[in-house]
Design a protein around this ligand. Sequence first.
Ligand code: AVJ
Length: 321
Amino acid sequence: STSTPPTVPLYDLHPPLADFRAEVLQGLSLPQKVIPAKYLYDKRGAELFDAICELEEYYLTRTEVRILQEHAAEIADLIGDRALVEFGSGSSQKIRTLLDAMPSAAVYVALDISKQHLYESCCELAAAYPELQAIAVCADYTQPFHLPDHPALGDRQKIGFFPGSTIGNLEPAEAIHFLKTAAEILEPQGDFLIGVDLKKDKAILEPAYDDAKGVSADFALNLLTRINRELGADFDLDKFSYRAIYNPIGRIEMSIASLTAQAVHLDGQTIPFAAGETLRTEYSYKYSVEEFQDLAIQAGFQPKRVWTDPRNLFSLHYLHA
Ligand code: AVJ
């Protein structure tokens, strides 16, 4: 028999395009140079991040998937017939662990800013789960917006899904703001399932962000390659090196250090680097269960349930709006 390739409805809410050049110039003019972490994910960056997720040292992905698998029946029960709304669905991989435990008629809304990747991933998901009602929404979820008026959504309740400890890239105040915005998007009932990396010994944390094979370093340094290619800068990659340091206030600080005093040229501007000066690429915040529950309360949620793994590496929180 022949089968038609599945298509999914795509709603393009036309998120404003980020201005890479302006944000890089702005970030490089600050006393602590910084490039927003979202720019790490060009095509090569996304591939390198997938490679990070497979690393022995990077326990986050596999631990979260195990927690989801271990408690899939209970979580599926809790989701009930609500539409699962994933914030930053990317390749729509993790959701499969949940879908495997859910009734086939589930409704899934993928939210992502990258339209092409969103649509292709959502179609692949629909092919793997033919009974699933998948809806792709291209939107910037850092701003409130209305979910589309699709028949599968109607008056159906929603539940947010934000796996991977992606919230760790945000400073705590920004994380609270994100949770409030997400609750608005999910109104009138924005319960949430969210994966959060736990605080732990730096002997485990630092190698997770600076692995023996150097994939984490390549991931960060690819940002300089991208700036050279897309913005015509002249970063000399041999004169920079990657570092990841655990700051005991509770975050991994990822940066690229200049190995010598040097100047980089971009857009007719000369950007000086002192020897040892750093360019921050990412923060990755870590929380104890109680700290994250407190943060969720500050965002207006009631922490209802939390699942962890036997080694207490990672947590999955169920928050009630
Ligand atoms: C995608 C933000 C969850 O902080 O663990 C991993 C990003 N950067 N290694 C993380 C990341 C370098 C990752 N998050």
